[in-house]
Ligand binder design. Sequence first.
Ligand code: NAD
Length: 330
Amino acid sequence: MSDQHNNQGVVVVTEEVCQAIMGRSDAFTAVENVFAAMSKNTAYNFPVIREAIGHADALYGFKSGFDRDSMVLGLKSGGYWPGNVEKGLTNHQSTVILFDPDTGKLKSLVGGNYLTAVRTAASSAVSIAHLARQDSKVLGMIGAGHQSTFQLRAAVEQRNFEKVVGWNIDPERLSILAEVCAELSLPFESVSREELCALSDVIITITSAFEALLDNAWIKPGTHIACMGTDTKGKQEVDAKLFRTATVFTDELAQSITIGEAQHAIQSGLIVESDIVPIGEVINGTNSGRTSEDEITLFDGTGVGLQDLAVASVAAELAQAKGQAFYINL
Ligand code: NAD
């Protein structure tokens, strides 16, 4: 039930409730729909604000937007507090605030920490669903941080993967991926970066690296690679030359060329903006996506505010439908 016409007040959905009710398939559908709306220009993201606040080494900001197709308006506010781990908290903190687009009235407050991981995993999963070869058998994971297990779980649902290979700068952390694979009855192997590229049909990069971890020459024909870690100026995960070798897709062009993985290929003149295809065009059928078995496809997943709003809106609806929402009056 939408809260638009009820009198119960502002809908509050806690982190715990988000974890209990928000499934991967709900997130996948919400993110796929919003990417499609973005490429039709019926949904758009507003400029992102992100500032070092000069306290607690924190980076704080907000991402906002409006999706006219699903009538979702709002923002995700939060950021990165590096000292939080010592306090027993997640370093990334965020909350989604949704408004009624007809009146501007506050509709919902939704915990954004769990949803951020779920919507980011849904983004690479959407790219795999639309761009990876149907016969993909080996998934390669670069990175073993907080996001990586969410990425892994969502990715393996998109193709009949038979094996997962992984690399992390600190190999001990790969145990978190190995545990998920054991749970899913998938063999897991720790490999070198070059071996990972030779073995994998689909690769996900989800690190905080500031230099290329994968060489253009290592990526074999037919690979789909989802670059998910680069969401800030200066970060980099793959060789910029790969942007010339691959057919390049993104969630949002404006972010891809400024804070996404494509920033380096753009800066060095290897590609121009028009070489990058919004994945929404593939979802809408206005771009054919992968056109051959040998083609390398690259998805630059930068993470847009509309993804957060889309999953938060679904979480608010599910929480109300399942009687797990709280209500407050302001
Ligand atoms: P995390 O801190 O939990 O993990 C970071 C990972 O990067 C670890 O595997 C770590 O070993 C690795 N790493 C750190 N420095 C490295 C280096 N110099 N070279 C190689 N590997 C290195 O972070 P997380 O929450 O898992 O997020 C991973 C990345 O994804 C971050 O850069 C984050 O900003 C980004 N992110 C992107 C989106 C999006 O929508 N695209 C959403 C959330 C997070």
